[in-house]
Design a protein around this ligand. Structure first.
Ligand SMILES: Nc1ncnc2c1ncn2[C@@H]1O[C@H](COP(=O)(O)OP(=O)(O)OP(=O)(O)O)[C@@H](O)[C@H]1O
Length: 510
């Protein structure tokens, strides 16, 4: 966990495990002098005052767990010095803001090992430059190495000093959200990947299903990870494109990264929530997810196999919705220009004309089925029986037939600001099933959604809200028309079944 910790910023005295010492000046004016000490866990920066002033008593300790990378470069033209840059993203409080957020903190220092006498000899000048640059590079390398080590658990780390070229494909949907994904790429993402020294290739999607077709046919040996800068819809395409391949078993092991560029950004918000840091949104969420991405730790991701009545099979990582939530998601598309406020507006509009949906719901309670493995590597939906047969005996059949909403969550967040399933984790092998039965008042439903912003809706004791953990479900709408969504994308309306497959995919997340 990356909880902010003020003691990580300021401490006195050198660390016991100091590996390197050096004297640098500030990169901008060269007037301030700093003693730098690098230990396994931090870079200590101590200002050295001129002899006439009192000595500095404290030094700043920059935690390497907050560091993305470091590099060295030559000075420009006449400048014989070399420069050391290190990129930190510590948690800091903003002015007037109560909770700390990760913020970029670039540190630049100038290094001159030799006296800077005006040297007329060109060869000697060059030599001096080389000596400075080599020393700055030695520092940059040591910072990078210690940073990689300080990540702690090296299991599942994608990008480190592995000494082999690794490449990331960054898929950007320029239409997602308010159409700002390219600006986010140019303004933030590209810089973070460069700072972390991660080779990357930008692919701008041109149409719906472009990403799906691309990953279905891509030579995946060329890529160490597929990163999606968009909403959840583009990742849904990528997951399903990978699962449509002949070699899906291997393909789905390609690490997937998500950066919030859409309007809902539910998976990105969930990943941030799993770090247990304070909630953030917008560009702060992008920085948090970008930081996790560049650190390159991977974890398992459940996929939920969804069987539609036509026989089509989809794979979901986020949610299955019917009723109120699905209606709001699809109907609020028209308000896309206002970003995530579209969901609030959509909720108010739908509340005004609250509908009840007839249907049958049944599920396999998680406690009845401790494990979800099919026993084979073929991802068989062994918990499901054909739709024309009754559900197995150990399933729970919900008595009610009138619902306001049915929502199966596979991650904690429904959108950036709705924590629908606070206990969910990306690889818990569980569907977090919520349904609201008919009879709830508009005011009570609004209260539920307001409480969902802080993930406290289950504590309200609302008699119309039911929450169950499940491994599989069956939903049969009886209302003739309606909207059903999987991961926020509209799918064919009709009877549907679903089963969790635990940890089938890999996600870049701490
Ligand atoms: N270039 C493109 N032009 C139009 N649509 C695209 C393009 N690229 C991808 N799409 C489609 O856009 C749809 C929405 O994308 P996505 O979900 O990523 O963004 P969003 O809807 O803004 O975000 P969120 O799902 O978080 O609300 C997806 O179904 C995807 O297939």
């Amino acid at each position: 966990m990356d909880e902010p910790d003020a003691s990580r910023q300021q401490r006195n005295g050198p660390a016991a495990d100091t590996r390197m010492h050096g004297v640098f000046t500030d990169a901008d004016t060269g007037r301030l002098t700093y003693a730098l000490s690098l230990s396994d866990s931090c870079l200590a920066v101590q200002r050295i005052n001129p002899p006439s002033s009192p000595p500095s008593s404290s030094s700043e300790h920059l935690d390497l767990r907050d560091c993305l990378g470091s590099r060295a470069h030559r000075g420009e033209r006449e400048d014989q010095g070399a420069y050391l840059c290190a990129y930190f993203y510590p948690y800091r409080r903003r002015w007037m803001s109560s909770s700390p957020v990760r913020q970029r903190d670039e540190r630049r220092f100038r290094l001159v090992l030799n006296t800077e006498d005006n040297n007329d000899d060109d060869e000697e000048e060059e030599e001096e430059e080389d000596v400075n640059l080599r020393e700055a590079e030695r520092w940059a390398r040591a910072i990078r190495n210690n940073t990689a080590r300080s990540t702690g658990n090296t299991h599942g780390v994608l990008f480190s000093e592995v000494g082999r070229p690794c490449g990331v494909m960054v898929l950007v949907n320029p239409q997602s959200g308010r159409g700002q994904a390219m600006a986010l790429y140019n303004g933030h993402v590209q810089r973070m990947l460069t700072e972390a020294d991660i080779p990357h290739t930008l692919v701008i999607t041109e149409r719906p299903n472009h990403a799906r077709d691309l990953v279905r046919n891509a030579d995946l040996t060329q890529w160490d990870a597929l990163v999606i800068l968009s909403g959840d819809g583009l990742l849904f395409e990528v997951v399903n494109g990978l699962m449509e391949r002949q070699d899906w078993e291997k393909a789905i092991q390609t690490p997937l990264g998500i950066l919030p560029g859409g309007s809902g950004n539910a998976l990105a918000a969930s990943l941030h929530y799993y770090t247990r840091a304070s909630p953030v949104c917008g560009e702060d969420l992008l920085t948090s997810c970008g930081f996790q991405l560049c650190k390159g730790q991977t974890s398992a991701l459940d996929l939920i196999s969804i069987r539609l009545s036509s026989g089509a099979r989809l794979f979901s990582f986020l949610s299955l919705a019917w009723g109120f939530v699905a209606d709001v998601d699809i109907e609020s598309e028209q308000f896309r220009q206002i970003g995530d406020l579209r969901f609030l507006l959509g909720t108010l509009v739908r509340l005004a004309s609250l509908r009840v949906y007839q249907g049958k719901l049944a599920f396999l309670p998680a406690e009845n089925q401790p494990e979800t493995h099919s026993g084979e590597n073929q991802l068989l939906d062994h918990l499901l029986v054909p739709l024309d047969q009754p559900v197995p005996q150990d399933w729970t059949v919900v008595e009610e037939r009138e619902f306001v909403l049915v929502l199966a969550m596979f991650q904690s967040h429904l959108s950036e600001d709705l924590t629908a399933a606070p206990d969910a984790r990306s690889d818990d092998g569980t569907m977090h099933l919520l349904y609201v039965t008919a009879g709830i008042s508009r005011a009570a439903l609004l209260r539920l959604f307001r409480a969902m912003q802080s993930g406290t809706h289950l504590d309200l004791g609302c008699p119309h809200l039911v929450y169950r953990r499940a491994r599989a479900l069956r939903l049969e709408p009886l209302s003739p028309a309606g909207v059903m969504t999987v991961d926020g994308e509209r799918v064919e309306y009709g009877p549907v079944q679903a089963q969790v497959h635990r940890g089938v995919a890999r996600l870049i997340a701490t």
